[in-house]
Each structure stands twice: as structure tokens, then as C-alpha cells.
Design a protein around this ligand. Structure first.
Ligand code: F6R
Length: 611
């Protein structure tokens, strides 16, 4: 995780870097730091805590350089502390480095450097990097820019693991080198200036033109120029791509928090994700996936692989694909899939879902599936993300930048896109025409229905005020409602720190019901007409044992329960897109009642680029 930002140009670097870092804080907020070069001298300033703490460190006011690098940290190696904060420098303070990723062989490299007389101030893996650069630089026979460049490529050729790096050198006060491998990094292009960042939204207010680096690609920058090359110093030609997101998309726009804003954006993000992919009367169109009927007929298993919330979207996708395409689907956590020798071959189709497109486990699982001969489809929200560059086909959710750590609008967009892909495949396979046509109509109604669901927020807020002091809650549902229960439970844990568990409603009596006692909160989702009776019985079972019940439903219930949130009726296959919203809002309002930082919950980071 961690976020990195850099600037080289004619303006003062510090405000640009601090602005970018504060937008990247969702990637980690254990400590922050900055380095600039002014009058040929490297200066670094670091602080424990957030970017706002860094701003107050004495000396910050005098940093005036026009090139610099910055970092916001999510601690992996070494506890959060000032000395473990980035930028790290080599012993001679000639090089400064910020790093996002993990150097797996850092212990061996540290031993190597110690044998060569180097000492270490931090417990981090990163500190080996500036020292290795110094080591190669000091023994180099190269001259000019090549001496700096070669010291960096020689260093990277020794590193195992993942890294996005920004490097400054005292001897090169007008240059910066950046490189990436398995960690994200983009370069924004301006007039005689470059903006570097871990993600696009952090620097979107400065430029819309971006160079996307692939793994093991380096950039050597001056204010006017940029040269790209590979690890063997072979030049690479690259053109900048223009991004259509507007800068406002990465602002709160009047909402108290990004999470609340993103919950409210769901009608827009679903509308944009649908785009022209489906219409009420025509056939679906997904030009990004080019598969034939013969190929789809040969597929005997679909895997949906992802992590966290994206995996929960996958559970809903399983029901949709099985129902429309009649192909068995398994959903698996990427971190499990990659280590268990799954049975995959050319008849397996693997779908990978990742909002960020940078989740290390999901990318590793994708590489594994490809190496076993499976065709791979990535669903991502970030154009040019790592996953999109690995997969055979990539289809984008158009949810816009998701800044809050807890995912909301990406989840609903992922389900919508899974449904659209399933429709597309069913049409190619000429299966279930009636179901497909009905589902298309129902998907097109979702944006307006989402706005209806948002009207329940006062009722949800009142319930949150009643239950926010609790320590345990339960979520139950059947079928896709159970998938939503999993997601509701995750949201609650993440941002309110309340322990919660999700169970299939029918499983309660096999054990968990022993935990239900007076006043325990049980949250139920009930959107399947075929299962109303059974689900209501399960809710009654907990209610008679004294549970407070909060029910999200689009069915008429013939019993009175504590709090019932009525949502519009829709096709059960896509009902999670509506039924999850009250659960997102419940987690949000509980977190607010507890006075927590909704957008940046403790211990979490938005994109999990470590394994
Ligand atoms: C939860 C959440 C995480 C992510 C997970 C995968 O709110 O955001 O569980 O869903 O880390 O992230 P992506 O989708 O970026 O691969």
C-alpha cells in the first residue's frame, strides 16, 4: 500500500506534493514525508501520523524546491515511527527514495550492504534501496546521466518483490527517476512539468494526460523531457493517454465524507457502467470481450476470483451466470486460489474483479490462471491498471474514482457489469432469451430505483443512533441476500469496528442461534419472493429470542418487525444493487455516531498491493 507523489517543474513542489499525498492518504496514514532539492541540496522532512502532521513540522515553510518526492505510509516492515518514514536516504545522503511495495529479499541485501560498510537507521525494507543505488553509483565507470540511470537499474535488478519508486540524487538536482514493478505508478504530463503519483485522481486537478508505466519500466525526467527505458536500458516509446474523469470526481462536492458521496453516486455509476452495453430492445454489446459461441460452449467452469468486497460482488455474479449461462461457477478469494493448485485448463474461464486493479493477490491469481491455459477477463474501475494489462480482456466499471477506503459504488457497479457480461454470454449461447430480456429491462430501471432507496436514509440513521454502542451484530439472508449480508457485515466491521457475522438464514439453527439473546441486533435481507416464508420464519426465530431486527426488503411481510426498510422491487438476480445501500448507510451512520474517521478506517488501505 502506501502512496507516493512527485513533482518536477517550475512551480514550488511542496504544495503540489502535500495536496497529492492528502488525496492518497486512503492508501495508508501511519506517517508521511517529503524530499526536495534546492540549490543543489537534498532535504527531507518526515513526520509520524498524517499529512496534516507533516505540514506542521518545523522547516516545512522553508522547503522551496521545484522538484520533490513525497510518501504516505502504511507500515509493513518496521512500526510506524519517524525513522521508518520515507523518504529514505543512503548513508552519504546523496540519494532519496520513496517506495510503495515490499522488497522480499531485503534481509539478504542488508547483509550484503553491511558487509560493504553500510549502516541502517530504520527497520524498513526500503532503506536498502538508496544504499544499493549509492553502492552501484560509487563503483560505476559510467559518466553523465547514464551513471545515475545505471546505478538505479543495477539496483532494481537486485530487488525481489514489488516496488514503485521515486528517486532523487544530489548530483542530479534537475532530474528524477521513477520505476515500477507490481506496484502502481502514473506520470502526469504538463507543460515543462511532470506529476507522479500512485493513482490518477491524486493529480487529476493538475493534468489529464498520463503516461502509464508497465512493470520494469523506468522514466528519467527533467523538466522538459522524459525518457523511458527497460531494465537493460533499451529505450521505450510511450504516448500519453488522456483521462476523461473530471477533477471534481475526486472532491467531496459538499458531502461530509467521500463514503457518503460515493453511496449517493451509485445511480450515476450504474448508469455509466450500463452505458450502451445493453438497451431494452437490442442485443448487448461488449466490444472489449471477443469470444465466440464455440468457445463459450467449450467452457465447463467459470471461476470468479477477487478479494473482499469485490469477491462479495463475485458471489452475486455466480448466481447470475449460473442462471443465465448454465455454466457452473466457483467464487474464490484470490489469496486462497493462488496457493492451492486449482484445476484449471483451456476450458476454464476466469473472471477477476478488482476496483483498483492493483490488488497483489488478485494479480498473482490472474497470472496463475493464465499460465494454466485459462482465458482471463478482468473487471476493473481503473483504466490502465495492472490487472487490465495482464488479462486477455478487460471490461471497466465506470464508477469514477472511489476514494473512501470502504468500497460502495464500485461494488454495485461490479454486480451490474457481471450481470451485463452474463447477459452477453447468454445471448451468444442463445440461452434463456426470456430471462435475459427481463433482466435487461430491470437493469435499466436501477438508477431511478437507487434514488428511491436513498430516501430511506433518515430511518436508517435513527436505527444507527439506537445501536451504535453495541459490540456484536448478525447479518442473515438466503441466496443473493446472503451475499449482501456478507457485504453488509464487512462494511460494518471496517468502518465502525463492531464485530459482526453473516450467516445464511437457514444456518442459524445449526449453531449461531445460541448467540442470540435479548437486544442483540440481527440485520436481515429479504428480496426473494420464493423464500419469503422461510426467511420470515428465521427472523421470527431471532425476534422471539429478544433480538432487535432491522430488515431490508422488497416483499410484503405479514408480521410486524422492529425496523423495516422498504426498497423497490426488482429482479432477484440484481436485487443486491438496491438492498446493499441501506447496509452501506447503516455502517456509515453507526461509524459517524461513534465519531470515527469513516473514509480512513484504522489499519486499512484502499489498494492492497502487498500479499
Ligand atoms: C472493502 C474493500 C476491500 C476491497 C479489496 C479488494 O470495503 O474495499 O475489501 O474490496 O481490498 O480491492 P480491489 O477491488 O481494489 O481489488
Amino acid at each position: 500500500m502506501c502512496g507516493i507523489v512527485g513533482y518536477i517543474g517550475r512551480k514550488e513542489a511542496k504544495p503540489i506534493i502535500l495536496n497529492g499525498l492528502s488525496r492518497l492518504e486512503y492508501r495508508g496514514y501511519d506517517s508521511a514525508g517529503i524530499a526536495t532539492i534546492e540549490s543543489g541540496k537534498l532535504t527531507t522532512i518526515k513526520s509520524l501520523g498524517r499529512v496534516s502532521d507533516l505540514e506542521k513540522v518545523p522547516g516545512m515553510e522553508s522547503l522551496k524546491g521545484t522538484l520533490g518526492i513525497g510518501h504516505t505510509r502504511w507500515a509493513t516492515h518496521g512500526k510506524p515511527s519517524r525513522e521508518n518514514s520515507h523518504p529514505h536516504m543512503d548513508n552519504s545522503e546523496s540519494f532519496a527514495v520513496v517506495h510503495n511495495g515490499i522488497i522480499e529479499n531485503y534481509a539478504d541485501l542488508k547483509d550484503f550492504l553491511k558487509d560493504n560498510g553500510y549502516t541502517f537507521l530504520s527497520q524498513t525494507d526500503t532503506e536498502v534501496i538508496p544504499n544499493l543505488i549509492h553502492f552501484h553509483y560509487s563503483v560505476s565507470t559510467e559518466t553523465g546521466n547514464k551513471k545515475f540511470i545505471k546505478a538505479v537499474t543495477d539496483t532494481c535488478n537486485m530487488l525481489k518483490g514489488s516496488y514503485a519508486l521515486e528517486i532523487l540524487a544530489n548530483d542530479y538536482p534537475d532530474n528524477m527517476i521513477v520505476v515500477r514493478k507490481d506496484s502502481p505508478l502514473v506520470i502526469g504530463k504538463g507543460q515543462d512539468e511532470k506529476y507522479i503519483s500512485s493513482d490518477i485522481p491524486a493529480i487529476l486537478s493538475f493534468t489529464k494526460d498520463f503516461y502509464l508505466l508497465n512493470d520494469n519500466e523506468f522514466a528519467f525526467m527533467s523538466r522538459e523531457n522524459i525518457e523511458f527505458f527497460d531494465k537493460n536500458l533499451r529505450p521505450i516509446s510511450k504516448t500519453a493517454q488522456s483521462i476523461t474523469w473530471n477533477a471534481g470526481a475526486a472532491e467531496k462536492e459538499g458531502f461530509e465524507d467521500f463514503m457518503l458521496k460515493e453511496i449517493h453516486e451509485q445511480s450515476k455509476s450504474i448508469r455509466e457502467t450500463i452505458g450502451s452495453r445493453i438497451t431494452e430492445n437490442g442485443s448487448s454489446s461488449i466490444p472489449d470481450i471477443d469470444v465466440s459461441k464455440d468457445y463459450l460452449k467449450s467452457v465447463n467452469k467459470i471461476f470468479i476470483i477477487a478479494c473482499g468486497t469485490a469477491m462479495h460482488a463475485g458471489y452475486v455474479g455466480k448466481t447470475i451466470f449460473e442462471s443465465l449461462c448454465e455454466i457452473p461457477v466457483e467464487v474464490e478469494a484470490a489469496s486462497e486460489f493462488r496457493y492451492r493448485n486449482p484445476i484449471i485448463n483451456e476450458k476454464t474461464l476466469c473472471l477477476f474483479i478488482s476496483q483498483s486493479g492493483e490488488t497483489a493477490d488478485t494479480i498473482a491469481a490472474l497470472k496463475l490462471a493464465k499460465s494454466c491455459g485459462a482465458r482471463t477477463i478482468a473487471i476493473s474501475n481503473v483504466i490502465g491498471s495492472s490487472i487490465s494489462r495482464e488479462a486477455d480482456y478487460t471490461v471497466y466499471t465506470h464508477a469514477g474514482p472511489e476514494i473512501a477506503v470502504a468500497s460502495t459504488k464500485a461494488y454495485t457497479a461490479q454486480i451490474a457489469l457481471l450481470a451485463i457480461i452474463a447477459i452477453h454470454f447468454a445471448e451468444i449461447l442463445e440461452l434463456n432469451e426470456e430471462k435475459v430480456n427481463e433482466l435487461k429491462k430491470d437493469i435499466l430501471e436501477l438508477p431511478n430505483q437507487i434514488d428511491e432507496v436513498l430516501k430511506t436514509k433518515e430511518q436508517i440513521k435513527q436505527f444507527a443512533q439506537r445501536v451504535y454502542k453495541e459490540t456484536d451484530m448478525f447479518f442473515i439472508g438466503r441466496g443473493v441476500d446472503y451475499a449482501v449480508a456478507l457485504e453488509g457485515s464487512l462494511k460494518l466491521k471496517e468502518i465502525s469496528y463492531i464485530h459482526s457475522e453473516a450467516y445464511p438464514s437457514g444456518e442459524l439453527k445449526h449453531g449461531p442461534i445460541a448467540l442470540i439473546e435479548n437486544n442483540v441486533t440481527v440485520i436481515s435481507v429479504l428480496t426473494n419472493r420464493m423464500l419469503v416464508e422461510k426467511s420470515v420464519s428465521n427472523i421470527q426465530e431471532v425476534s422471539t429470542r429478544g433480538a432487535k431486527t432491522f430488515i431490508v426488503t422488497n416483499q410484503e411481510l405479514n408480521h410486524s418487525f422492529d425496523t423495516v426498510i422498504n426498497i423497490p422491487k426488482t429482479n432477484v438476480l440484481i436485487s443486491p444493487i438496491l438492498s446493499v445501500i441501506p447496509l452501506q448507510l447503516l455502517a456509515y451512520y453507526i461509524s459517524k455516531e461513534k465519531g470515527l474517521d469513516v473514509d480512513k478506517p484504522r489499519n486499512l488501505a484502499k489498494s492492497v498491493t502487498v500479499e
